[in-house]
Design a protein around this ligand. Structure first.
Ligand SMILES: Nc1ncnc2c1ncn2[C@@H]1O[C@H](COP(=O)(O)OP(=O)(O)OP(=O)(O)O)[C@@H](O)[C@H]1O
Ligand SMILES: [Mg+2]
Length: 162
């Protein structure tokens, strides 16, 4: 069960990226983040911001065709999964379970495809399109450790974006 949910309204792509980058300071090895929201909501842009925060310098783009891409961050690897086109057999072939249970940071777009593989402790993020540049970002931490992470992250966002 989740304890709490937090909301943050992003007013631009840049704000989404900067806000996501701030999360990098608080995540721990093995953190799993699910990103849901319709096509074009901003899931991949959020991931790009997080990657910058984790010290990843290369371009992070949507792994729609490969489904998974991994990047070497300053401290931790980032596994970016876009499971929109995932089939059941692929979930096993791609080794998603190993990534999710590993020490890296897993970001999962379209996480409902692998709901049964998600750990009890995780951060759920739902992005809703309000208009051209505005996004309502709802953050739901599961487990007390992730609640602390999200509380610290939200405090940082509030002080940076006002
Ligand atoms: N505040 C905002 N935050 C994020 N993206 C925004 C914002 N305002 C506008 N956008 C635009 O919304 C689009 C988001 O695209 P993105 O690829 O990140 O979406 P997605 O959720 O990953 O989609 P898909 O399901 O196709 O992978 C981009 O074109 C971006 O410029
Ligand atoms: Mg995407």
């Amino acid at each position: 069960m989740s304890d709490k949910s937090f909301r943050w309204t992003s007013r631009s792509v840049d704000e989404t990226k900067k806000g996501a980058a701030l999360l990098a300071s608080y995540i721990q090895p093995g953190t799993v983040i699910t990103l849901d929201g319709e096509v074009g909501a901003g899931k991949t842009h959020f991931t790009q911001g997080l990657a910058v925060g984790m010290g990843i310098t290369g371009v992070v783009n949507s792994p729609t065709f490969s489904l998974v891409k991994s990047y070497e961050g300053r401290k931790l690897p980032l596994y970016h999964m876009d499971l929109y086109r995932l089939s059941q057999e692929e979930a096993e072939e791609l080794g998603l379970e190993e990534m999710i249970e590993g020490q890296g940071v897993s970001v999962v777009e379209w996480s409902d495809r692998i709901a049964e593989l998600l750990p009890a402790g995780r951060i759920e993020i739902r992005i809703e399109i309000l208009d051209l540049n505005h996004r309502e970002i709802e953050v739901i931490p599961y487990g007390t450790e992730m609640l602390q992470v999200v509380q610290d992250w939200m405090k940082a966002i509030r002080s940076e974006t006002g």
